[in-house]
Design a protein around this ligand. Sequence first.
Ligand SMILES: [Ca+2]
Ligand SMILES: [Ca+2]
Length: 161
Amino acid sequence: MGTADPTGSGSDPTSEGSVNNCTAADSDDTELSGEVLGDLEAGQSHVLQGELASDDPVDWFVSALGSSSGEPVLERISGAVTEVCLYVECESEPATITGCGSSGNAALSPMGRPGCCAPAILEAIYECPQPSDAVILYASVANSAAAVGDCEAYAVELRHG
Ligand SMILES: [Ca+2]
Ligand SMILES: [Ca+2]
């Protein structure tokens, strides 16, 4: 159901002339190349958005916690997502994960940072060696079930409780 283009410019990128609007070739495929989000203060949230496909099965995001009080929550809002993960780095040393919420499981990131993974929602309950340590969060959003050629948008919320 394409819509007519009254301007006749013919430059609408979503017109039926496009073969594939997928932007699978992104640069956020690893823990160290994640999209950098702004500092997350207590009570704030970020909405992580992107697209996943069979040739782009994971996107990474990085955010510093502006305050170390409260526990960060990662929750799927929409789209085809099979797993969300959140890993915690304290300023000086790895965090200690003491809980992941009722549907989350403790996990290690590809680079060895401790955290939690879940199908749709997790709460990363952590302790740092020093309570005043600055905290950086590494989040991954994955879809391991995309069929070849599929490219599906998602939205995931990162909250600082
Ligand atoms: Ca992507
Ligand atoms: Ca990616």
